[in-house]
Write a protein that binds this ligand. Structure first.
Ligand code: ZN
Length: 89
């Protein structure tokens, strides 16, 4: 009987430690956002690019891309800017 109680206690301890660890991980993620993990691409660092429509600078990974027929890539800060740039032409 004592053995069973001990096993239940161990299980309880394990669950408590596990959820506590998860909570710490969540807090650490908020304090130190894992940038590389989010972008998932270490080979291309976050270069700042300029929106062709409004001139705002933003990280390349967050930019809206438009690929031209000749292979040239145009960058915009938002879909709105992309549309405005297209309608200007
Ligand atoms: Zn823009």
């Amino acid at each position: 009987m004592l053995k069973i109680l001990f096993l239940i206690f161990l299980l309880f301890l394990f669950v408590t430690i596990y959820s506590f660890k998860k909570r710490i991980d969540d807090i650490l993620d908020v304090l130190f956002p894992p940038r590389n993990k989010r972008n998932g691409d270490k080979n291309s660092p976050d270069v700042l690019i300029k929106c062709l429509n409004c001139g705002v600078y933003l990280p390349k990974s967050e930019a809206v891309k438009k690929i031209k027929l000749n292979g040239e890539i145009l960058y915009f800060c938002s879909d709105q800017c992309k549309k405005e740039y297209n309608s200007k032409k």
